[in-house]
Design a protein around this ligand. Structure first.
Ligand code: CDP
Ligand code: ZN
Length: 165
């Protein structure tokens, strides 16, 4: 039942950032060699942002804009993995543990498959959870839409959390 030990809750997250020249491409905390990178106030790690929003959503804690406003200078260029650690601690203090995370990166290019195991290991360490509880995958949009034209990259995430206490 709500608020009781064992309660499970679902969360979803979605994010998009624009691809531009002169920026690094960081996805799931991994720097991926590519001729363009994502634009944003932080490191614009769209995958980590979608996962953070899913976690905050599951715990009814709002979203990343509420906790880490992009108008705040202290978040300029900050590693999104550092913010993910903070979100993980917030859930722990609220009495939740993470059952699993499943996320999709929508990008025409580059292929993320070779980097997925590194992303999982970085995100699992940041969230103090087992790697087998995280799944990440990539898909193109068959060249359709803004992702298909390479104008940006989108990510979506689903999470399940469980109340420990
Ligand atoms: O429909 P499906 O996602 O299977 O096909 P696709 O969009 O052509 O992508 C084929 C496969 O490439 C995906 O299943 C992923 O394993 C991989 N992929 C990737 O690693 N990185 C991307 N940005 C897009 C796809
Ligand atoms: Zn974002």
């Amino acid at each position: 039942a709500p608020g009781e030990e064992g309660e499970t809750r679902i969360g979803t997250g979605y994010d998009v950032h624009k691809l531009v020249r002169g920026r690094k491409l960081i996805l799931g905390g991994v720097e991926i060699p590519f001729e363009r990178g994502l634009l944003g106030h932080s490191d614009a790690d769209v995958l980590t942002h979608a996962v953070m929003d899913a976690l905050l959503g599951a715990a009814a804690l709002g979203d990343i804009g509420k906790h880490f406003p992009d108008t705040d200078e202290k978040y300029r260029g900050i590693s999104s993995i550092t913010l993910l650690e903070v979100v993980g601690s917030m859930l722990t203090s609220k009495g939740y543990c993470i059952v699993n995370i499943d996320a999709t990166v929508v990008a025409q290019k580059p292929k993320i498959a070779p980097h997925i195991s590194d992303m999982i290991s970085i995100m699992a360490r940041a969230l103090k959870m087992e790697e087998k509880r995280i799944n990440i995958k990539g898909t193109t949009t068959e060249k359709l839409g803004f992702c298909g034209r390479g104008e940006g990259i989108a990510a979506q995430a689903s999470v399940l959390i469980k109340r420990r206490i």
